[in-house]
Design a protein around this ligand. Sequence first.
Ligand code: GRF
Length: 216
Amino acid sequence: MLKIGVLISGRGSNLQALIDACAGDEFPAKIAVVISNKPDAYGLERAKLAGIPTITVPHGTFSSREAFDQEVDRHLREAGVKLVCLAGFMRLLSEQFVRGWKDRMINIHPSLLPSFKGLNTHARTLQAGVKIAGCTVHYVRPEMDEGPIIMQAAVPVLAGDSEENLADRILVQEHLIYPAAVRLIAEGRVRVAGETCIITGSGKNSGISEALISPR
Ligand code: GRF
């Protein structure tokens, strides 16, 4: 059973997707702790409802980014975490922290990386006029939204889409691929080779959202 730690700052819908997946009988991972940098993050309620230990580490009370990161690191290690999942965690992590969790920390981002890194993703996606948007689960590197890609799902951009419509459509896929990526990792099927991931083993789950694999 892979012990995961989830870092959040807000709503926590991806955390909920992970909670729901972990509740499944044969899911190979378990959430050991949920850590938020914001005391009022709704995701903390979701974790409590599921009986998962929660910790708030308010970033404003630390003298430096490094001091905050060290405290988060300590809690993760104390909980026996082997994989860190960033789920709407809105703080940049120090290089030292990221290196300490290299290839053991993943993130979900609402675009088809390497396009549209950073904030205001949906607005920039619409502005660019791309016809296919999507989401990506990737290992974390010190640069924002960089790192070996584990899984992606594509989503059409429809005429007249608002940021909200597009975000909602992408979020449905986020909630599918985040648990699916955790499962791949827990099953030992993800190998980092240079700056890409090789997904091993046969079967339909090979790094592309299952929703995209058309039935024959
Ligand atoms: C998601 O869109 C995720 O891709 C991005 O932040 C948002 C978090 O939403 N990194 P939630 O808190 O999981 O509902």
